[in-house]
Design a protein around this ligand. Structure first.
Ligand code: NAP
Length: 490
């Protein structure tokens, strides 16, 4: 059996005793148990789903002090941020409880019979949805609560009627195990099967691949790197029966800043942007990794201000030693692809210094290496000569969770073209503020074209994330007893 070791993010020292990696038999047992739990959970009512989700939120909050302390040791994210993230996670669980209680998973579209022959005439049709089945959920490293064991994927899958098998992230193993203990207590107290939420741990290439291949698994949900997500998506597609794989992957989140706004608010915007680049040591999927400017004195001045504001940031240690090394490698890769450094200072073994570089738009468009996400406090300024070239830059990016447009408040052919260009590649377009910070709400869209997501028509945050785990079924001339269930599967 293989062992795993949790590490303290700030020192790299071992934390706690080694843990066992899940064996093949344990992974199979977890997936089977989820399959068995699916039978009853798939037809549970909204009240039962809401009770579980609220129970899980309460359990998280009641163990807050110890959970946050442990998360801080394993991730180095700091107690203020982690307390906020725990609040968001509990809020998210309760939001899905409310949705389930109000019947959102059981929405039906009633299409009464129309007399006469086709195509206008048709039988009575009702469109409703059924849960997909057990979901393999791959926790993210950078949100140890909100995108981990009890994060948005788990909350939305449970609300949809799907059991979950979590693949714990190696960056916060002890926290994952502690949260899983809480989950099991809540399941027991509510008379629900232990297999409704299971967990496996170990290497992704070993444990994660076995999980996504398991015949009892009906969907995958993932947040992490483009490489890891692409590998798991390939596994999901290579199964004898391929399954949906919802991956939220890499994103560079361009910020386009037009000269007129920079002329009036350059200093304020530079400070805001530097804060967003440095926040959480840049370990956010929405971190602004590209700043697209049009050549001119306003942009020159802004780059100076941004460089100064960024130099004043003090990023904390990165989540794992691997990410710290990946940051340095990403910076080197960007420089060797032709970017010129504007701000580059040596960091410590654990914490990098912020990095800012610059490149002309033509080079950016020509060289794909400049378009790769560098996870951490890094950003690349792309200098365009015209608005048309800004649009070409966005097109070269291809897919991003967000695009931010600063200075597009008034309608013109230019701003219409910019908005069209931004909407073509992003799931969320912002007209003020910075892309870090993703509201958990009804209209949220967290997912865009590749490489930001494997399924650009879906979101991994917000109410609509539940739709990922529900499959439409049309009932034709259905009997009264079935219709009386009001969209709840039987
Ligand atoms: P990751 O390497 O993609 O890992 C996420 C999960 O997928 C882990 O459980 C990992 O297991 C598993 N995995 C990775 N490669 C796999 C493979 N080939 N086959 C099967 N499973 C695999 O992401 P991470 O550990 O969170 O961070 C690494 C990098 O991902 C960062 O440096 C950053 O570039 C990027 N990242 C992006 C986002 C985002 O939201 N866009 C968020 C976090 C990280 P193992 O731990 O065993 O590899």
């Amino acid at each position: 059996m293989k062992t795993l070791q949790s590490l303290m993010a700030r020192s790299g020292e071992p934390l706690g005793a080694p843990l066992w990696a899940s064996t093949s038999e344990q992974i199979d047992a977890c997936a089977h148990a989820a399959g068995e739990a699916f039978v009853d959970w798939s037809c549970s009512n909204g009240a039962a789903r809401a009770a579980l989700l609220r129970g899980l939120a309460d359990a998280l909050e009641s163990d807050r002090t110890d959970l946050v302390a442990l998360a801080d040791q394993e991730t180095g994210l700091g107690t203020a941020r982690l307390n906020g993230e725990l609040d968001r996670t509990a809020f998210q669980l309760r939001r899905f409880a409310g949705l389930a209680e109000r019947g959102a998973p059981f929405d039906v579209l009633d299409d009464p019979a129309v007399a006469g022959g086709p195509p206008a005439g048709h039988p009575a049709m009702v469109r409703q949805r059924v849960p997909l089945g057990p979901v393999a959920m791959f926790s993210a490293s950078n949100f140890p609560f909100a995108f981990s064991v009890l994060g948005g994927d788990t909350a939305s899958a449970l609300a949809a009627g799907c059991p979950v098998v979590v693949k714990a992230h190696n960056g916060h193993l002890l926290l994952s195990n502690r949260v899983m203990d809480l989950v099991q207590k809540v399941l027991k107290a509510q008379g629900l099967p232990a297999g409704l939420v299971g967990m496996v741990q170990g290497s992704g290439k070993d444990v994660g691949v076995r999980l996504i291949r398991h015949p009892a698994i009906a969907a995958g949900a993932f947040t992490g790197s483009t490489r890891g997500g692409a590998a798991l998506q390939a596994e999901a597609n290579a199964r004898p029966r391929p399954i949906p794989f919802y991956g939220e992957l890499g994103s560079t989140n361009p910020v386009v800043a037009l000269p007129a706004l920079l002329a009036s608010k350059g200093a304020e915007l530079a400070a805001t942007l530097a804060g967003s680049i440095g926040m959480g040591c840049g370990q956010f999927c929405t971190s602004p990794g590209l700043i697209v400017l049009i050549d001119g004195p306003e942009s020159d001045g802004f780059v100076q201000l941004l460089s100064t504001a960024l130099a004043a940031q003090n990023p904390h240690a990165m989540l794992t030693p691997g990410m710290r090394q990946a940051f340095d490698a990403g910076v080197e890769h960007m420089l060797s692809a032709g970017a010129s450094p504007l701000l580059r200072e040596a960091g410590t073994t654990e914490a990098p210094r912020p990095f800012l570089a610059q490149v002309d738009a033509a080079s950016f468009i020509a060289r794909s290496a400049l378009r790769e996400e560098v996870f951490g406090p890094s950003s690349l300024v792309v200098r365009a000569s015209t608005l048309a070239q800004v649009l070409q830059v966005l097109q070269a990016v291809g897919g991003s969770l967000t695009v931010t447009l600063w200075g597009a408040d008034d309608e013109s052919s230019d701003t219409r073209a910019l908005v069209r260009g931004a909407m073509a590649i992003a799931g969320r377009v912002l007209f003020s503020g910075v892309p870090t910070g993703v509201a958990v709400t009804a209209a949220q869209q967290h997912g865009g074209p590749w490489p930001s997501s494997t399924q650009p028509m879906t979101t991994s945050v917000g109410d609509a994330s539940m739709d990922r785990f529900l499959r439409p079924v049309a009932l034709q001339d259905a009997p009264a007893w079935l219709l009386a269930r009001g969209g709840r599967p039987c």
